[in-house]
Write a protein that binds this ligand. Structure first.
Ligand code: BES
Ligand code: MN
Ligand code: MN
Length: 463
């Protein structure tokens, strides 16, 4: 590719990098927590703020579209309808910051320590979404944008994107594109970049176990009446067998058998189990027998309790046999599993598990389907060449354990492949206290993304 153009990009980034980081810092100050109604105003003002920023980088038709929930922030630059169009997707909402006491510095007062910016959303997804916006700025301001670009940033990703599907289906021509580009995943390391080629799907349920019609004295009734917390614990314990497999009937029926070739490729990825354990301060890993840690978190489905509660949890002791117990359970799904079917199988299984002494209720939450990007697609090839250009190393394709449920919907409705060009690290503590994003990662993203535009346009023309 032409040196002249890449020199322009480099010079622009060098000149403006401090301001770009200041802008990210300002964005991170807005507590746009979508899950907590107490922050609703902040989420709306985040959308407004972003609308202004998209206009400033030179995008057109910028608009924060109202929905039944939080706005969809959109902008575009169409230079020639005959050229390919890249649709960038990201999210401006963040996870709740609690537990607050575990943060070294407050979650919405971003600070830079050891070349990393610390704040809720630093990596997921404000830092990554904004590197995409800044890459567009580089392309527009150096007058080197090689194709059309559309940007769609939503504010409800962390709560299941309830309004995105309707918005996309109602606006298919506004959003029509040749590829969907997303920075909302991680890569292996600075030395060995990787591109996410798969995301897991998600089934999420809440269960309620009811014993007696009211809380009882645990001395007067204990031993004779089912304790829903005891019962729920037993039911949950039985959801895995001794080999770490999920016992829900039919759970594995549709699970894809990943080829030996792909498993070999995963096994050759530079991954240190010792570092992994050290980082988490655990003595040992655990999981499904016959699979490696990387496999367990990417090509295999899982079932985890996310929260469990009931009975007395206040100060001191209260001798009570509770009437109810609850748990939230998530299942990560792999290609060919279907979230609705899995939710149904789980519900049936869980109801059958319950002894006669209790009643159970299973309430499904939002779900999502798994997604895979074929490595032989133009989209993947362009991303690979882009990373190779700025890292000096060919990235390796890796599947991720996380979920971005809208990816499969986008692909279905818009008929385009998705590229998951993430610049975070697994150690960035997304959804955890002290979430952070490396300044190196932020700038590397801004440096790399313009190459994707270039290579994608070029490969598309050749095709
Ligand atoms: N960006 C994450 C998904 C992710 C994280 C993918 C790391 C790959 C690596 C996204 O914001 C997220 O947290 N998704 C949720 C699902 C959603 C329905 C709440 C998830 O994966 O739990
Ligand atoms: Mn995210
Ligand atoms: Mn997230």
């Amino acid at each position: 590719m032409e040196n002249q153009q890449t020199n322009l990009w480099k010079a622009y980034l060098d000149k403006h990098k401090d301001r770009m980081l200041e802008e990210l810092t300002d964005i991170l100050k807005i507590p746009s927590v979508s899950a907590d109604p107490a922050y609703a105003n902040e989420v709306f003002s985040m959308a407004k703020d972003l609308e202004n920023r998209l206009t400033k980088v030179g995008l057109e038709k910028v608009c924060a579209y109202d929905t039944a929930g939080f706005p969809m922030v959109y902008g575009q630059k169409i230079i020639d309808p005959n050229l390919p169009t890249i649709l960038v997707y990201g999210h401006y909402d963040v996870q709740p910051a609690d537990p607050l006491e575990l943060w070294t510095s407050p979650p919405f007062e971003p600070v830079t320590r050891d070349e990393k910016i610390y704040a809720r959303g630093a990596c997921d997804d404000k830092g990554q979404m904004y590197l995409q916006v800044k890459a567009i700025e580089v392309l527009i301001q150096t007058e080197t944008l090689p194709c059309n670009v559309k940007v769609l940033i939503e504010g409800e990703e962390e709560v299941g994107s309830a309004n995105l599907e309707d918005f996309v289906r109602a606006n298919t021509s506004l959003l029509s594109c040749d590829v969907i580009l997303i920075s909302d995943t991680a890569m292996l390391s600075k030395e060995q970049p990787s591109i996410t080629t798969g995301l897991r799907g998600l089934s999420y349920v809440e269960v309620e176990v009811t014993g007696p019609n009211r809380d009882l004295h645990s001395g007067v009734y204990g031993g004779a009446v089912a304790n829903p917390i005891n019962v729920l614990s037993q039911m949950i314990a039985s959801l895995h067998d001794e080999e770490g497999r999920i016992t829900v009937d039919g759970f594995y029926d549709d699970v894809e058998d990943v080829s030996a070739q792909e498993r070999d490729l995963m096994a050759s990825a530079p991954f240190s189990l010792e570092d992994y354990k050290d980082h988490l301060e655990i003595q040992a890993v655990q999981g499904e027998k016959g699979f490696s840690t990387l496999e367990r978190t990417s090509i295999r489905p899982t079932l985890d309790v996310n929260g469990i509660w009931g009975g007395y949890i206040g100060e001191g002791a209260k001798t009570v046999l509770p009437s109810k117990a609850y748990a939230k359970i998530s299942m990560r799904l792999v290609p060919y599993q279907n979230s609705e079917k899995i939710t149904e199988l789980f519900t049936k299984h869980f109801q059958l598990l319950a002894p006669n002494s209790v009643k159970v209720k299973v309430t499904p939450h939002h779900g999502g389907e798994p997604a895979v990007t074929p490595v032989n697609s133009i989209a993947y090839q362009a991303a690979s060449q882009a990373m190779e250009a700025t890292f000096g190393v060919t990235p390796i394709p890796l599947r991720s354990g996380g979920s971005i449920p809208i990816v499969s919907m986008f692909e279905e409705v818009l008929g385009a492949n998705t590229v998951l060009l993430g610049f975070g690290f697994d150690s960035d503590a997304i959804h955890s206290p002290n979430e952070h994003f490396g300044l190196w990662n932020f700038y590397k993203g801004i440096e790399t993304v313009p190459y994707f535009y270039h290579y994608f346009t070029q490969l598309k023309k050749q095709a």
